[in-house]
Design a protein around this ligand. Structure first.
Ligand code: SF4
Length: 334
């Protein structure tokens, strides 16, 4: 709630001038138990920073991260390192690049069991059985647990990363571009695996991606970010068929269409101009220098995120009057 993550940097003589990059600037949203929430936007929009704040890799500059645990609510933003320890097991992260997120000097057994060993969560005699079970569950053969990451393909490495994340029986997994670095043919397998695991273990996902096409079929709701702010939030189907923010419309226009009969109906919207600088954002709507619907009000008045229809919210002055284009009906999205 009202999450802010500002990074300080200095310029000028002896670094006397202090500036702030507003990577995340007053963002509020909920993730409900058992759902998959997508968080989408261009590189540098702050989505990864939000994910790292939720997992408390970063300590936010301001705001609350309210974690409901049974009847109790804890503000993770305020907890000390020691107090956070149990939540580090309940909230786990999966990173984009399985090549760099696995230590090449550690065997698969060491990688998957590390969190259990370091936190003394399991007697050492039971570790091997636990790792074997986890590997089997993610579709890998347990007899390979003494091998090292270089012996596995990209998709298999991401399965190892998922097994490592599952080791502590987490409740929430922050998947940061979890499939972006994988071959297209492997992506569907990993997405299917993640959905199976969600059903089996009641997992909740915060699924971060830069590409709306990737997450259409796995997300219950989607939030769209632009320069550190949420600009649209909606149930997934509503967002794809009836976007209420021009930036979302542009992102949707880039979703590829595989049905050749529908391709003519599609018009790609090419955004011109640069993404606003989060250290020095423009007045008014941050999107106005690139928005094809911008009017004079947009350059001076910042639009708040507000309800438009049902659970659909958008931060645009003219959402109700614009006739924005979603994905073409019945098109196939990979
Ligand atoms: Fe475009 Fe104005 Fe809406 Fe911003 S407020 S998205 S500039 S129409």
């Amino acid at each position: 709630r009202n999450l802010k993550m500002w990074f300080e940097y200095h310029s000028g003589w002896f670094g006397r001038n202090v500036h702030y990059v507003r990577a995340v600037d007053d963002v509020s949203f909920q993730i409900r138990k058992g759902e998959t929430l997508g968080l989408v936007g261009e590189s540098g929009c702050g989505k990864t920073t939000v994910g790292r704040c939720v997992a408390r890799v970063y300590e936010p500059t301001a705001g609350e991260i309210l974690y409901h645990d049974g009847d109790q609510v804890f503000d993770l933003a305020k907890l000390s390192r020691a107090e956070l320890r149990p939540y580090r097991q309940k909230i786990r992260m999966i990173f984009q690049d399985p090549h760099s997120s696995l230590n090449p000097r550690m065997s698969v057994f060491e990688i998957v069991s590390e969190v259990l060993r370091v936190n003394h969560l399991l007697p050492s005699g039971e570790l091997e059985d636990r790792v074997a079970h986890l590997l089997r569950r993610v579709g890998l053969r347990p007899e390979y647990m003494r091998r090292y990451p270089h012996a596995f393909s990209g998709g298999e490495r991401q399965r190892i990363v998922i097994a490592r994340a599952l080791a502590t029986n987490p409740q929430l997994i922050v998947a940061d571009e979890a499939i972006s670095a994988l071959d297209v043919s492997v992506r569907a397998q990993i997405l299917n695996l993640m959905q199976e695991l969600q059903d089996e273990f009641g997992l909740t996902y915060l699924f971060i991606a830069h590409d709306l096409s990737v997450i259409r079929h796995i997300c219950d709701r989607v939030n769209v970010m632009y320069v550190g702010k949420l600009v649209e939030s909606a149930p997934a189907n509503d967002l794809y068929t009836e976007p209420q923010h021009p930036y979302t419309e542009a992102l949707l226009s880039a979703v590829p269409i595989h049905n050749p009969l529908l391709r003519d109906k599609k018009q790609r919207i090419h955004l011109t101009g640069d993404v606003a600088d989060p250290a020095n954002p423009p007045d008014g709507c941050y999107f106005h220098p690139r928005c094809r619907y911008a009017e004079s009000k947009c350059a001076s008045v910042s639009p708040p995120l507000r309800p438009i229809k049902g659970a659909h919210s958008a931060a645009c002055h003219f959402s109700e009057t614009l006739d924005l284009r979603g994905v073409v009906d019945d098109e196939e999205i990979p």
